[in-house]
Design a protein around this ligand. Structure first.
Ligand code: DX5
Ligand code: ZN
Length: 216
């Protein structure tokens, strides 16, 4: 299991050193939540901020766009150093065009679904994608409770991939903790985003190691 700490839970006054701290703690990816106050009822930061902190780790930067028109901002996040850009199927941007735009910049493309969206919403795009992200909370805020009833969607995506003869990593985001991660591992989740569970831990290195050990 890969662990991607969500910077949403970091101390924003020292974001660079928070990224270094997660790098040293054994984070596999850095997860960057971009919110526009329109697609979700919260605002974080955009590409100019992430560009300034990119140099604090060599780990892949996994950018989760919770914005109404992701297509318009792909170049900005590509220029900022994103390695993976994930956008919502529920956004206003044309899905195929947005995937192709991301890939044209040499970046991995991910598609994400909110809790009320069925897994089948991503099926038409699986062969073009590098990642599927299944939200296990309503997007917008860290620290919410894990929605275990989203896990059958992971199984559904995996089954559809098998039917198509492709392999695609599936990530989940929201409410991942020592109490919930084993359920995710059991259905074959490949990457878990974890905000509160890692950043609020006394020792993030131990927290990440513990989360991973619970998946064995
Ligand atoms: C929610 C974000 C998540 C969030 C996860 O909209 O996409 O990445 O920060 O935080 P926790 O792990 O605290 O639920
Ligand atoms: Zn996220």
């Amino acid at each position: 299991m890969k662990i991607a700490p969500s910077l949403l839970s970091c101390d924003f006054s020292k974001m660079g050193s928070e990224i270094e701290r997660m790098d040293k703690a054994g984070a596999d990816w850095m997860h960057l939540d971009v919110m526009d106050g329109h697609f979700v009822p919260n605002i974080t930061f955009g590409a100019p901020v992430y560009k300034t902190v990119r140099r604090y780790s060599d780990k892949p930067f996994d950018v989760h766009l919770m914005i109404t028109d992701p297509l318009r901002y792909i170049d900005d996040f590509a220029d900022a150093g994103a390695d993976i850009i994930t956008f919502h199927v529920e956004s206003d941007s044309p899905v195929e065009e947005t995937i192709q735009k991301i890939k044209s910049r040499g970046i991995k493309a991910g598609l994400v679904i909110k809790p009320n969206t069925p897994a089948s919403a991503v099926f038409p795009y699986l062969e073009q994608l590098d990642l599927v992200l299944v939200m296990t909370v309503e997007p917008g805020f860290g620290g919410q409770s894990f929605m275990a009833d989203m896990l059958p969607k992971v199984t559904a995506v995996k089954e559809e991939c098998r039917r198509l003869g492709i392999e695609l990593p599936v990530e989940i985001d929201g409410g991942v903790s020592e109490d919930t991660i084993a359920q995710a591992a059991a259905v074959g989740v490949d990457i878990c985003v974890a905000g509160t569970a890692v950043f609020k831990a006394e020792d993030p290195k131990k927290a990440i190691a513990k989360l991973k050990s619970l998946c064995d």
